[in-house]
Write a protein that binds this ligand. Structure first.
Ligand code: NAD
Ligand code: IPM
Ligand code: MN
Length: 326
């Protein structure tokens, strides 16, 4: 049976950057079948569901999922939103380990973000008196598996791990610390430091080079990864891999659907192309092809840049440069 990758083009700039990803994957000629499926605001409008059942089934049975950003201003404040489809897809595939690398200049760090629990998935609602609530909930088992993943990754890098929490205030964070400390006993060769999230946000700006692997919860990881992207060339360059223990991973850029620049043909496809590289490594084990993509993206960035990274090139021109370098 051949390799099948589900392609989710998403919303706003999503289809624009997906086009370049498709061109690169086809140029690599790896015999990968690309199975495009509806997902996000477009799917919600046309099919009544952000994550149609047929899309979920296609993802479940795929070798990997390549997902462009979803989300549209039309649904801001609506009860049913495309983002709910994304959270459901992540939960259904149980991709609890979201790897968000950021490297540039003297910075080379990796955020390991817990992706399928915490405040994103806890109880929420409205009480009779009008109070609205979202609850941060973690089971120790959920903390243990993300901690283990992070220690394994730290062991393969520079053996330094910073665990970020808010243990001076939150019960979930105090449990998080206890569990991370317990897992640390199995990784005596990895140096562990606990850091409060406000301090981590500050140090990330002031001394980014002191970080290697960071492990943190769903919401802190969301915020810190945009910050880390900003420190290393911007959102237009930041890729991510969301991995389960078994089954297909979801590979997606860190950035959103950028409605402010949609339809102009100027979105930076580099984050999406670096995401293709992560898919090739973590999803398909094709490390050589991934290196070729990374090399071609780096070569293109040296001469052709979209406006977000200081140039005047279009999305397609950047894609052309990557293909030429390949
Ligand atoms: P955003 O990341 O879409 O945009 C933030 C800023 O960065 C904008 O100025 C945008 O133009 C710029 N930017 C982002 N990616 C870029 C790229 N590839 N090239 C050039 N410039 C780029 O964040 P937002 O505006 O807060 O969110 C917009 C929508 O995206 C919302 O609906 C949000 O929910 C959604 N979103 C989706 C994902 C996802 O699908 N994984 C991630 C984040 C946000
Ligand atoms: C991300 C996005 C998503 C998140 C949203 C769109 C649900 O911001 O992938 O970083 O918060 O996880
Ligand atoms: Mn985010």
């Amino acid at each position: 049976m051949g390799t099948r990758v589900v392609l989710l083009p998403g919303d706003c700039i999503g289809p624009e950057i997906t086009r370049e990803a498709r061109r690169v994957l086809e140029a690599l000629d790896l015999g990968i079948e690309l199975d495009e499926q509806p997902f996000g605001a477009q799917a919600l409008r046309e099919l009544g569901e952000a994550l149609p059942e047929q899309t979920l089934e296609a993802c479940r049975s795929a070798d990997a999922v390549l997902k462009a950003p979803i989300g549209h201003p039309d649904f801001d404040g609506a009860a049913v939103r495309p983002e709910q489809g994304l959270m459901r897809l992540r939960a259904e595939l149980d991709v609890y380990a979201n790897l968000r690398p950021a490297a540039e200049g003297g910075i080379d760090l990796l955020i390991v973000r817990e992706l399928v629990s915490g405040i994103y998935f806890g109880a929420s609602g409205t009480r009779e008196d009008g109070t609205v609530y979202d609850t941060c909930e973690y089971h120790p088992r959920e903390v243990e598996r993300i901690a283990r993943r992070a220690f394994e990754i730290a062991r393969a890098r520079t053996r330094r791990l910073v665990s970020v929490d808010k243990a001076n205030v939150l019960e979930t964070s105090r449990m998080w610390r206890r569990v991370v400390d317990a897992v640390a006993a199995d990784y005596a060769d990895v140096e562990l430091e606990h850091m409060l999230v406000d301090n981590a946000a500050m140090q990330l700006v002031q001394m980014p080079e002191r970080f290697d692997v960071i492990v943190t919860d769903n919401m802190f990881g969301d915020i810190l990864s945009d910050e880390a992207a900003a420190m290393t060339g911007g959102l237009g360059l930041a890729a991510s891999a969301s991995l389960a223990d078994d089954g297909p991973g979801i590979f997606e850029p860190v950035h959103g659907s950028a409605p402010d620049i949609a339809g102009q043909g100027i979105a930076n496809p580099a984050a999406m192309l670096r995401t293709v590289s992560l898919l090739l490594v973590y999803g398909l084990g094709k490390n050589d092809a991934a290196k070729r993509v990374d090399g071609a993206v780096a070569a293109a960035l040296a001469s052709v840049r979209t406006p977000d990274v200081g140039g005047a090139a279009t999305t397609a021109e950047f894609g052309d440069a990557v293909l030429a370098a390949l």
